[in-house]
Structure formats: structure tokens, C-alpha cells
Ligand binder design. Structure first.
Ligand code: ATP
Ligand code: MG
Length: 157
């Protein structure tokens, strides 16, 4: 199915806006110029992936921080980019964060807790849709997650 990128971005930001405000985080969305751009995938799954990534951004970013959500549109693919100014991930942990039950614990508060499944599930869903998810992070500076899905030709209804 073809899902409009605009709707996905607006939806995910809407779902987290209140929580972000409560945590004194600035959550901003940057919508692509072309409203008709779509991705291939299961709408429910894409939303669950974006929710998992956004929930991490909120959980691991201290008050006063900032979260940006955007989409990079290419000829064949669309990459959702979620960046935060949070605590970041140590380089030695970064290769493992997509493993089931893996959590970085060194020197961080366990506020919110978690099971360490969010990213493992996100990767599973993204791969089932033929896409790719990767992460860049710098300790004490922030984290950026890239979710790439196949672009669909169809216009939004
Ligand atoms: P769950 O998602 O199951 O509630 P979780 O958030 O701990 O628990 P994942 O979402 O799989 O688990 O993330 C794995 C680990 O990667 C986290 O425990 C955290 O240490 C680290 N992590 C993930 N996203 C971020 C982020 N945006 N900033 C800093 N650390 C992160
Ligand atoms: Mg999580």
C-alpha cells in the first residue's frame, strides 16, 4: 500500500506533542514540500516503528532538549530521520542496540524503564517491509535514527 509521508509525519508528531511539552522538549516536524509523496508499507507497522523511535528520543533526552522529525525524499526511497539532543549512546554499545533486551545502562537514570525490545521490534518490522533502519549517536550530544522505506509512485487519494 501507498502511505502518504505527510500523514505519517503529522500523525507521529501529534501523538507525542503533549508528552514532549510535559517534558519541556521541543518537538518539531519538517514536512516535505510535495504532499503526494508516499512510501510502500503497512501503515500500522510504519506507525509502530516511528512510535518506538520517537518514544526513545523522548525517554533519552533531558528537559530543554530538542527532537526533529523529517523525511528525506529520493527517487526510489524515503528516509525518515528522527534526531534528538539527548544523552547519546556510547560507541561500544551502538552496534548492539537493535538486539533483543539490549539496554545501555552505564550512568543513566532508569526513568521510564523499558525492556530493550523497542528497537529490535522496529528493525524486524522495517525489514519485513523491505526497508532499513540505522542509527548514529554521539555520547552526551544526541542520536539520529534513519528509517528507509521504498517510495511508492501512487499519489495520495
Ligand atoms: P523498550 O523500547 O522495550 O521500552 P528500551 O527503550 O530500553 O525499552 P530499545 O528501544 O530497544 O529499548 O533501545 C535499546 C537501548 O538503546 C535503550 O535501552 C537505550 O539505552 C538506547 N537508546 C535507544 N534510543 C536512544 C536514544 N534516542 N538516545 C539514547 N539512547 C537510546
Ligand atoms: Mg525503546
Amino acid at each position: 500500500r501507498a502511505i502518504p509521508v505527510h500523514d505519517l509525519l503529522e500523525g507521529v508528531v501529534e501523538r507525542f506533542q503533549l508528552q514532549a511539552a510535559k517534558q519541556e522538549l521541543s518537538l518539531r516536524v519538517h514536512l516535505p514540500q510535495r504532499r503526494e509523496v508516499c512510501v510502500h508499507g503497512d501503515e500500522d507497522m510504519v506507525n509502530r516503528v516511528l512510535d518506538n523511535v520517537l518514544s526513545n528520543a523522548l525517554k533519552y533526552t533531558p528537559p530543554g532538549g530538542r527532537i526533529d522529525v523529517r523525511a528525506d525524499v529520493a527517487a526510489q526511497h524515503v528516509t525518515f530521520i528522527i534526531s534528538d539532543t539527548g544523552i547519546g549512546i556510547p560507541p561500544e554499545d551502538l552496534p548492539h542496540v537493535f538486539e533483543r533486551f539490549y539496554r545501555v545502562e552505564k550512568g543513566r537514570s532508569r526513568r521510564g524503564g523499558g525492556t530493550g525490545l523497542g528497537l529490535a521490534l522496529a528493525r524486524e518490522m522495517v525489514e519485513r517491509m523491505g526497508g532499513e533502519i540505522r542509527m548514529e549517536s554521539e555520547l552526551q550530544r544526541g542520536t539520529t535514527v534513519y528509517v528507509t522505506l521504498r517510495r511508492a509512485e501512487e499519489d495520495a487519494a
